[in-house]
Design a protein around this ligand. Structure first.
Ligand SMILES: [Zn+2]
Length: 68
């Protein structure tokens, strides 16, 4: 005969408030108006998006870095 003791693991809540985190720097692409197609590869998009994907957005940023 044995007694079964349930041992509940203690949950550690590690909340790190990032109130003092600085906002991300404004990228050149964020000031672009949506034009209905990808600014980088000219792929047709809906009227609210500027890039078809993250790769194009990153590619555009890299070009903007060199052309400023
Ligand atoms: Zn694209």
């Amino acid at each position: 005969m044995g007694t079964i003791q349930e041992s509940l693991p203690e949950k550690e809540v590690s909340a790190e408030p990032s109130l003092n985190a600085p906002p991300p720097p404004t990228r050149a692409r964020q000031s672009l108006p949506p034009k209905g197609s990808c600014w980088y590869c000219e792929k047709p998009l809906d009227s609210v998006r500027r890039f078809c994907g993250k790769e194009c957005a990153d590619g555009f940023d890299e070009e903007a870095e060199f052309t400023r």
